[in-house]
Design a protein around this ligand. Structure first.
Ligand code: ATP
Length: 241
């Protein structure tokens, strides 16, 4: 079966000397959740932005067998590649509903309505506040809105950048539970960037460990469910250099 996403030999440079990502390769199958784990500055966001077409990169990005490496970001969105950035980036002065409409700007009429209903069903917390300004939402609700806005774009590949950032543990659990529901209900493929291994492995199928812009390890999530194995992976791949 053709993978949904294949990234091959990806490198990202900021200026001539600063290399943030070095020769990274990985793939994501249909309906699979693949996590990129690493410390601050390991290059996780840069990989996501390069896949989304938001920053230039060397190497190839293939979507369902088609090379999209040179394609502008908006065309990638039209093909179902949707990036949910870290730090939420919702539009505070607009209502929850208006933010969702922005995410699904390409949809019209009944298609937009049914998509909106699907998202609001998934996140009842924000459904109750659909006509309030987004800045009035709590941090967890803003994260749900950011994910909901991404889902409005009818993704086939969702790129989620640190959905747990800045959230209390209970809310992280709630957001991850919803992501679990999304993956069960749809055949969506997800790339998840995280620093929180324990929460990530509840949701994902495979983990790539990143350090200084390189993939230094790759494991099935299943093999990391045992706490001792998890600690060993953290020590091996994420510990101080
Ligand atoms: P974080 O969780 O902190 O976002 P990350 O793993 O996502 O970390 P990146 O944000 O991809 O890492 O950053 C990788 C490296 O590239 C870091 O050394 C960072 O300082 C550098 N970098 C990121 N964005 C820029 C930029 N716009 N200009 C210059 N350097 C950058």
């Amino acid at each position: 079966m053709t993978d949904v996403l294949t990234v091959n030999g990806l490198s990202v440079f900021y200026g001539a000397r600063a290399q943030a990502v070095e020769d990274v390769s990985f793939s994501v199958g249909q309906g699979r959740v693949v996590a990129l784990l690493g410390a601050n500055g390991a290059g996780k966001s840069s990989i996501m932005k390069a896949v989304a077409g938001l920053i230039p990169a060397v190497g190839t990005v293939t979507l369902r067998g088609a090379d999209i490496s040179g394609m502008p970001a908006r065309k990638r969105v039209a093909r179902g590649v949707v990036y949910v950035p870290e730090g939420r980036q919702i539009v505070g002065h607009m209502t929850v509903r208006e933010n969702l409409v922005l995410g699904g700007y390409q949809l019209t009429g009944p298609r937009r309505k049914s998509r909106m209903e699907m998202v609001l069903d998934l996140f009842p917390e924000i459904a109750e506040k659909a006509d309030r300004s987004a800045w009035r939402l709590s941090g967890g609700e803003q994260q749900m809105l950011a994910i909901g806005r991404g889902l409005m774009a009818e993704p086939r590949l969702l790129l989620l950048d640190e959905p747990s950032l800045g959230l209390a543990p209970l809310l992280v659990r709630r957001v991850f539970d919803r992501l679990g529901a999304i993956r069960q209900e749809s055949d969506l493929s997800i790339v998840l960037v995280e620093q929180n291994l324990a929460m990530t492995i509840r949701l994902c199928d495979e983990v790539h460990f990143l350090r200084s812009g390189r993939i230094v390890g790759h494991q099935d999530a299943e093999s990391l469910r045992d706490p001792a194995a998890r600690q060993a992976a953290i020590d091996a791949y994420l510990g101080a250099s």
